[in-house]
Design a protein around this ligand. Structure first.
Ligand code: UN1
Length: 527
């Protein structure tokens, strides 16, 4: 935190104990401005031009906090608009790829600067559009800017991925290059509508690809703001188009378009697998995917139980569990189980819930009514199979009746329950006692996902075993500020194993950017 410009201090998902007076004041002003701007109609932005789709029912973007608050009305694209956008991308990509890589990096760094300049507006929009608390919203914005800078740094550190090679004879000059594939379809989820959209698209752009971008149906306004950032930073028309629409109607038309050379997707495993299986026909196309999780935490006998309970509470209920990184299952050594559960329940009871745009509210709504129903089904199953220890009801009352609010829920379940296996993306935490570390690791690894994992223990040999044996790409030990959440560009790569990811190299990490390029070997005989 800086004393000189406190409103400008960087907030991450794990920030605690910072002086936030100026931050809250600036946030309040941004919320008021966003409310004033809400309700407008927005076109698609294709090839730098506004495009309408008069024949199609537009998407009404409402806040999950208060569904009577209409944030905007967004054009629903059809296959014909996708076709326009992809064709524009194919045309524009050639010149974009021919620019020196330093020029693309300069433009992208400018985009990062604009995100930082607009960070209160962007965060206030996300607070309303997703139902994020102020810290989660600002973390999302700051992560977006840092993602761009980190990826730019990667390109610079690798000299634009141009590498002189050895000679076999004195008369040859050999060079190895990574070059863009062409056009990427970028399909983003609602939960981190800025960071995930920015991370995926900026990596594609800076490596010389053009991007046709589809934001999630629930968060088109944040997506539009990203379009404006790129446009204002100097990304040329056609290189990045903004196309809002409904999943099946338009999303499928996008990734199935023959002009699309690759897909970068973050979202559910079923949709991701469908794209993966359908994408490659004539040849193999790159399909970079991050597909969710069912992330486990293991609490051993030697754990600091207060840290473990705090870390689990924060990662299970932050953003209402709607993070791929969220904690959804906890396996606790039977000897410390009662003490851990007591602490976990006390900490969860202390959560402030409600209109999450307010500065003291931490826990907000789930994204839509479908999410509520999904959660209700899980709670009913938990009631049949085990014991709901806390929560389990839809929240009712003045503030809650306006939106999609459900209580943070903790359920003790038999280890065989499918609630330990399936991703819910709702505030529901399954817990159970276990008899040994062997059993805990076996249970943790038995799901088809493998994104994040958390571990609480004071014993080095146990920690080593956890790292060696856990089947997950993002692993944390003794992390009180969030047992399984909070990965940050350049600090933790966000790499999903098994059903959680496609390529074995994660966003935020050092080996991500290369995946948007293919290799070309160049030999010139000079003699
Ligand atoms: C996600 O959860 O979908 O690690 C994205 C975290 C954040 C969010 C990751 N960087 O918790």
């Amino acid at each position: 935190m800086t004393a000189t410009a406190p409103a400008q201090q960087k907030i991450t998902y794990t920030s605690t104990n910072v002086d936030l007076t100026a931050f809250h004041q600036a946030f309040d002003e941004a919320l008021a401005a966003v409310r004033k701007a809400a309700g407008a109609s927005h076109p698609l932005w294709i090839d730098g031009k506004a495009v309408e789709a008069p024949g199609r029912t537009p998407i009404t973007d409402v806040s999950p906090i208060d569904t009577s608050l209409i944030l905007g009305v967004f054009t629903a694209a059809g296959p014909e608009h996708v076709d326009l956008a992809v064709k524009a991308a194919v045309r524009a990509q050639k010149a974009w790829a021919r620019l020196p890589w330093q020029e693309r990096v300069r433009i992208l760094r400018q985009a990062a600067t604009l995100i930082r300049e607009r960070k209160f507006e962007l965060s206030a929009i996300m607070a309303y559009e997703v139902g994020k608390n102020r810290f989660e919203a600002m973390g999302d914005t700051e992560e977006s800017a840092d993602l761009i800078d980190y990826y730019c740094q990667q390109v610079e550190d690798h000299h634009g991925y141009i590498k002189p090679m050895n000679n076999l004879t004195p008369i040859e000059r050999n060079t190895e290059l990574l070059r863009p594939y062409g056009v990427f379809a970028c399909v983003a989820p609602f939960n981190f509508p800025l960071a995930l959209s920015t991370g995926m698209s900026s990596a594609a752009l800076m490596t010389g690809n053009a991007v046709v971008y589809k934001p999630a149906e629930d968060t088109p306004w944040t997506g539009l703001k990203l379009y404006e950032v790129y446009r204002d930073a100097g990304v040329p028309a056609g290189v990045f188009s903004f196309v809002t629409g409904r999943g099946r109607e338009m999303g499928d038309a996008l990734w199935q378009h023959p002009g699309v050379d690759g897909v970068v997707f973050t979202g559910s495993k079923p949709v991701g697998m469908r794209i993966f299986h359908g994408l490659s026909e004539k040849w193999v196309k790159p399909c970079l995917m991050e597909l969710g999780g069912k992330n486990a935490v293991i609490v051993t006998e030697t754990a600091d139980l207060d840290a473990a309970a705090e870390g689990c509470m924060r990662s299970a209920f932050g953003l209402q569990n709607q993070k791929c990184s969220a904690t959804s299952r906890v396996y606790v050594d039977r000897k410390v189980y009662p003490a851990f559960v007591e602490k976990l329940i006390a900490k969860t009871k202390a959560i402030t819930m409600g209109d999450v745009t307010q500065k003291d509210v931490w826990f907000g709504p789930v994204i839509n009514e479908r999410a509520v129903q999904h959660w209700e089904k899980a709670v009913a199953q938990a009631g049949r199979e085990g014991k709901v220890l806390l929560g389990g009801t839809r929240l009712r009352g003045e503030v809650f009746d306006k939106g999609h609010f459900v209580a943070p829920t903790i359920a003790e379940l038999p280890l065989e329950s499918t609630l330990f296996l399936e991703e819910l993306f709702a505030p529901f935490l399954a817990i159970a006692p276990v008899d040994s570390l062997d059993q805990a690791l076996a249970e943790a690894n038995k799901v088809e996902f493998g994104l994040t994992a958390g571990f609480f223990s004071a014993k080095q040999e146990e920690i080593d075993r956890f790292f060696d044996e856990i089947e997950a790409g993002v692993c944390y030990v003794n992390k009180r500020s969030g047992a399984t959440t909070g990965a940050w560009p350049g600090a933790q790569a966000f790499c999903g194993w098994k059903g959680s990811g496609g390529s074995g190299k994660g966003g935020c990490g050092p080996w991500y950017v290369q995946q948007f390029m293919r290799e070309q070997s160049r030999t010139v005989i000079t003699g």
